[in-house]
Design a protein around this ligand. Sequence first.
Ligand SMILES: *Cc1c(COP(=O)(O)O)cnc(C)c1O
Length: 389
Amino acid sequence: MRAEARIDLDAIRGNIAAVRARVGSAAVMTVVKSDAYGHGMVPCARAAREAGATWLGTAVVEEALALRAAGDTGRVLTWLWAPGDAFEDAVRADVDISVSGLWAMREVVEAARAAGRTARVHLKADTGLGRNGCMPADWPALVDAGLKAQADGFVEVVGLWSHFACADEPGHPSVPAQLAEFTAMLAHAEGCGVTPEVRHMANSPATLLLPQAHFDLVRVGLVSYGLSPVPEVGGPADFGLRPAMTLAASLAGVKRVPAGQGVSYGHSWIAPRDTTLALVPTGYADGIPRHASNVGPVLVAGRRRTIVGRVAMDQFVVDLGDDDAAAGDEAILFGPGDEGEPTAEDWARAIDTISYEIVTRIGVRVPRVYTGATGAAAAGTASTGTGAP
Ligand SMILES: *Cc1c(COP(=O)(O)O)cnc(C)c1O
């Protein structure tokens, strides 16, 4: 093993159970975009289904089609579309499609016509995020287009939804403003005759902090993987969550160097005294941020250490002082934290980013190794009709 990301599928199941306990009758969508935030899409999707996620969410259609290719037959919503995207493949694969504007409605209608089947669409409202979604001024036209396409038999408008800008900042005035706008946009659509199966707005932070935003369905990415989206409010354990990813590597070398030894490109760190250095064979190609140079935390030889010198493409160096270690010993970059190892949140703090980015960027050169029940349990759940792959 040079390096590996160990993914605890039992933790993912437990995290989804914790979400279900929190949201009562609302359904749970586990967001598995970007290879399940770096955890591996298909195994995580299976674990999520087993734990009762009746929906999966993907950003792009290729992800949804990969779920279908892996045998998932449950509800999947995909929300980020560009003109010319594979709408017809999505309709044929029974993927729910988010529509934020008239051009997308036209493409969905064409796709449904070509596929000879009805497309399920979720109309997306921009209630204040200022990103994807239909602005309130354009909403009546989009609702009309949806109802017209529904009357023509091409689509079924099954969802009305939106996304928060600042749900991770308790007390931010945009939160009640977005809820009020969503309520108004729902009322307009329902007043026009839309009868949504699901109205949904909550991401991970809103799922944890804003019960009034749960509506019929919550869309949880980060908390499914056991990380806290609101570290200032609480860590994973405070919300009944357990981080699912442990990133480990084998030391590729340990050596004694004299005081004055410069380390790695640019010699941004120079040994202040005779010391022992350990070489960790992961670098920015593996998703270790170069900004972690001289600040990233790593557990080596039983203690937390700090990266010294620059993170290179394939490797970085840790200062062990006078402690002993040998090539082949394990370094833990991050994990749940209960063995003294840093967490993804510690990495995020060290380089001024969010834990989402730390786990999502772990590269394809790092194999994912799964722990926790797999296989038999997945097959068993397939027969319950919940759409387990
Ligand atoms: C990524 C994403 C989510 C999940 O966000 P988390 O904070 O990770 O739960 C939910 N909804 C949309 C539209 C997203 O793009």
